[in-house]
Design a protein around this ligand. Structure first.
Ligand code: C2E
Ligand code: MG
Ligand code: MG
Ligand code: MG
Length: 290
């Protein structure tokens, strides 16, 4: 290794870094405009009762179609929103879109709970509770129709604050889920203090529910343990990312309560989901009247 080649190497990484950095800045700038002009929209993925297959609620997932770059996934733009401070405006927009959708569905005879995702930054933001209450009142929707999803790692970042915020949300009737459970590091002592309703088992574990994986039995036992932990804490379990009949059957036999994933439904636009929900409600009515 000569000093010269080392210098070149450093130059190379510097250049590469600054390319990435300028790309990130560009996305950030576009995102700011997209939020201000309300160009983001929501897709909805049903969460079903694992035993009956009936839709219990839906999760709102944010989508961004940039005219130039095409569709940019949330795994890219949410972290950028978090780093740049745009997340509060983004979350506010998501809450408004969720409330508007609740109203639109309600007006066509559909009442379904909508879960939406909050970031760790939202939990720390002192105006969240106030803004959420204000939004709910402005749209005239009931907190009972809402659910908030916070990841395990977000919830555990500052547990005292998390408990405080989630308690206030629950006072409005809002339900709470811990998202991506099993991926972070939960303090079990704190978990029992969190005012939550559901544990969503991270899709990493679900994806490894196949005898093809060497550690398949260990994985199975982890899922079993999460479900029994949830039962002792009186929480419902939701498995995310169910893709195959085998995964579905295993989770059902383990006593998981609810499921989400492309085995049941892909995330979809609101109008597509309306048709689905209307059909389910018609079916439910005809079974009752039989
Ligand atoms: P998440 O909340 O854990 O959402 C589940 C993700 O799994 C979604 O990805 C969903 O489309 C995807 N998914 C659904 N079914 C399957 C399946 O069968 N297999 C697999 N492999 N994946 C499946 P998506 O929509 O790309 O969102 C990624 C993450 O971005 C979300 O993870 C959430 O953390 C975040 N996110 C999405 N929308 C919002 C939002 O409005 N606000 C915030 N703060 N975060 C959001
Ligand atoms: Mg989620
Ligand atoms: Mg998740
Ligand atoms: Mg996730």
């Amino acid at each position: 290794y000569s000093a010269k080649s080392e210098r070149n190497q450093v130059q190379f990484y510097k250049r590469k870094y600054s390319q990435q950095e300028s790309k990130r800045r560009m996305v950030e700038k576009k995102l700011k405009v997209a939020i201000a002009e309300r160009q983001l929209h929501l897709f909805f993925q049903p969460r079903v009762d694992i035993h009956t297959g009936k839709i219990r609620s839906v999760e709102a997932l944010c989508r961004w179609d940039d005219p130039e770059s095409g569709s940019i996934p949330p795994n890219i733009f949410i972290p950028i929103a978090e780093e740049s401070g745009l997340i509060h405006d983004l979350s506010q927009l998501v809450m408004e879109m969720v409330c508007q959708q609740l109203l639109d569905w309600h007006n066509t005879g559909i009442d379904v709970t909508i879960a939406f995702n909050l970031s760790v930054k939202d939990l720390k933001y002192f105006d969240l509770v106030h803004n959420l209450r204000d939004t709910i009142n402005r749209y005239g929707v009931s907190g009972k129709m809402l659910e908030v999803e916070v990841t395990e790692s977000a919830a555990m970042t500052d547990v005292i604050n998390t408990v405080k915020v989630l308690k206030q949300l629950k006072d409005f009737g809002i339900k709470v889920s811990i998202d991506d459970f099993g991926k972070g590091y939960s303090s079990l002592a704190y978990l029992s203090q969190l005012p939550v309703d559901n544990l969503k088992i991270d899709k990493y574990f679900i994806s490894r529910l196949s005898p093809n994986f060497k550690d398949h039995m260990v994985n199975l036992n982890i899922i079993r343990t999460i479900i029994s932990l949830a039962e002792s804490l009186n929480l419902n379990t939701v498995a995310e990312g169910i893709e195959t009949p085998n995964q579905y059957n295993t989770l059902k036999s383990l006593g998981c309560n609810m499921g989400q994933g492309i085995f049941f439904y892909h995330p979809m636009p609101a109008n597509q989901l309306s048709k689905l929900l209307q059909r389910e409600q018609r079916l439910a009515r005809s079974t009752i009247s039989q």
